[in-house]
Design a protein around this ligand. Structure first.
Ligand code: HPA
Length: 270
């Protein structure tokens, strides 16, 4: 995999990707941060050697290099999900590339369902911890010493300093920021009432189909990361309404304004 990563990096550099401070992964319906980037280079995933190709049509699937709040950023507009049929190694490949490009921080976003009845859809949740219920681990079988140990410590998967800064910024910007536990499931079908009840009972506040693989790989490689969920649907097992993926995307798009402000301010302060 190291050779592949080097080829990917050589290609990106040949296309004008230079020094990068911060990597960003934007989730479903959450591409709006891109509008705030002063874009130098924009490359569709299908053009990048060794990158998987995004198949879900609402993910635009582009890598974007430019400046945001005075910093050089590399942003993934659209990510790879396990439910699309990729292996966990493919899902997390871009994180390894970003780490080898020497990013200092990884900022992640996702759309998630809220099982915490104190919260409302459209609000944000900062991930303090997670539960991995996806059927595979991205470190399984990847014995590459340059990546670090596969027995990666996960006692604090989300960087404490980044989370502290985000909480401080949220209160100074008057943005409600819930803090909680994210559970990653395989998808792509949504959960039944009994499953939401189960997920809530095991200690999760929000549920989604992404983020955890990328966070595991970031931790393995010693890359400080943070993640924010946009809560797109209320998953109360005692009052569950039918939900349409188009509604989830629409809510994500309206709710992402606060996420954009938070990440912009964070990047400015990094
Ligand atoms: N379940 C799983 N993933 C999701 C959900 C959900 O309810 N909402 C947004 N992403």
């Amino acid at each position: 995999m190291l050779t592949a990563i080097q080829e990917t990096i050589d290609f990106l550099k040949s296309r004008g990707v230079g020094q990068v401070d911060t990597g960003i992964i934007l989730g479903t319906g959450l591409g709006g941060l891109i509008d705030h980037i002063d874009i130098t280079v924009e490359i569709p995933y299908e053009d990048i050697p060794h990158f998987p190709v995004s198949t879900v049509e609402f993910h635009k699937g582009k890598l974007i290099y430019g400046t945001l709040a005075g910093k050089n950023v590399l942003a993934m507009q659209g990510r790879f999900h396990y439910y699309e049929g990729y292996s966990m190694q493919e899902v997390t490949y871009p994180v390894r590339v970003m780490k080898f490009l020497e990013i200092k921080h990884l900022l992640i976003s996702n759309a998630a369902g809220s099982m915490n009845t104190d919260w409302k859809k459209g609000e944000l949740m900062l991930l303090d911890d997670h539960i991995n219920l996806q059927p595979a681990n991205p470190l399984r079988g990847v014995n590459v010493p340059e990546f670090g140990s596969i027995f990666t410590d996960m006692s604090a998967p989300y960087d404490k300093a980044l989370n502290q800064q985000l909480e401080t910024l949220a209160s100074s910007l008057d943005i409600p920021l819930n803090v909680g536990v994210y559970v990653a499931v395989e998808g792509p079908s949504l959960e039944t009432r009994a499953e939401y009840r189960f997920l809530r009972n095991i200690g999760a506040d929000a549920v989604g189909m992404s983020t955890v693989p990328e966070v595991i790989v970031a931790n393995q490689m010693g890359l400080p990361c943070c993640a924010i969920s946009v809560l797109t649907d209320d998953c109360d097992p005692d009052n569950l309404q039918p939900v349409d993926i188009a509604d989830i995307i629409a809510i994500a798009q309206t709710a992402e304004k606060d996420l954009i402000r938070l990440y912009q301010e964070l990047i400015k302060n990094l």
